[in-house]
Design a protein around this ligand. Structure first.
Ligand code: PEP
Length: 250
């Protein structure tokens, strides 16, 4: 059975010691679910200590970025082998902050997605339109282009997760309406069905991200094609992350 995925992207927040106390308390308060997985993506410096705390729990570990080579003279970069070795299962690729602040292109993201899967981890490919593109009616075109370019020559499709994250909703407090998100998720599933096949598309996990909060999680998760969420700001506080994980479908 396909499980929903509730993922927290900590961005550049929490030192290793803050991470340890946060995750210890998260685990203590976490309920058991059989229909959903929980994933946390701390900064690189917290991955190892966090991996030690979650190892006997069902919480999964993710990284926020990676380089697309195994090793070499790439000062300041992190190898996928290093991530795998500390127990990372998922890697966020092409987050809009990487695209916009660090100028990552679809071509670079394509290399990262392929490398992450090659090493045996699961890439979470982020796509989404900017406000101006939505207002110009270009949402589907932008999302289609990003997906086609970032998945060019990508065969390991069973490992892929896609996160639809409209840029205008990230960190702004403006959430897409559930029906706006659902419309794009349906579009993404149909596109994956055309590029790969129907079964792959049905099994694909498509996350929504953009100002997800305790107040809007239930209505988002009621949509048929929303298989989970990628949460930024609201995953940094235990109570709000726990409430998001504990979403109610009815
Ligand atoms: C994100 O970082 O992917 C994100 C969606 O952030 P926020 O929830 O803060 O909008």
């Amino acid at each position: 059975m396909k499980k929903n995925l509730i993922a927290g992207n900590w961005k550049m927040y929490k030192t290793p010691s803050e991470s340890i106390s946060f995750v210890s308390s998260l685990i203590k308060n976490l309920k058991n679910y059989d229909d959903r997985d929980v994933l946390i993506c701390p900064p690189f410096t917290s991955l190892f200590p966090v991996s030690q705390i979650i190892k006997d729990s069902y919480v999964k570990l993710g990284a926020q970025n990676v380089y697309f080579e195994n090793e070499g003279a790439y000062t300041g970069e992190i190898s996928p082998l290093m991530l795998k070795d500390v127990g990372v299962e998922y890697v966020i690729c092409g987050h809009s902050e990487r695209r916009n602040i660090f100028k990552e292109t679809d071509e670079v993201i394509n290399k990262k997605v392929k490398k992450v899967a090659e090493i045996g981890m699961k890439p979470i490919l982020c796509v989404g339109e900017k406000l101006e593109e939505r207002e110009n009616g270009e949402t589907f075109e932008v999302v289609e282009n990003q997906i086609k370019k970032c998945l060019e020559g990508f065969k390991d499709i069973e490992k892929l997760v896609i996160a639809y994250e409209p840029v205008w909703a990230i960190g702004t407090g403006k959430t897409a309406l559930p029906e706006q998100a659902e419309e794009v998720h349906v579009f993404i599933r149909e596109l994956i069905s055309k590029l790969y096949n129907f079964e792959i598309a049905e099994n694909l996990i498509i996350l929504y991200g953009g100002s997800v909060k305790p107040e809007n999680i239930d209505s988002l998760m009621r949509e048929k094609n929303i298989d989970g969420v990628l949460v930024g700001g609201a995953c940094l506080k235990i109570e709000s992350f726990l409430r998001i994980i504990d979403y109610q479908k009815i």
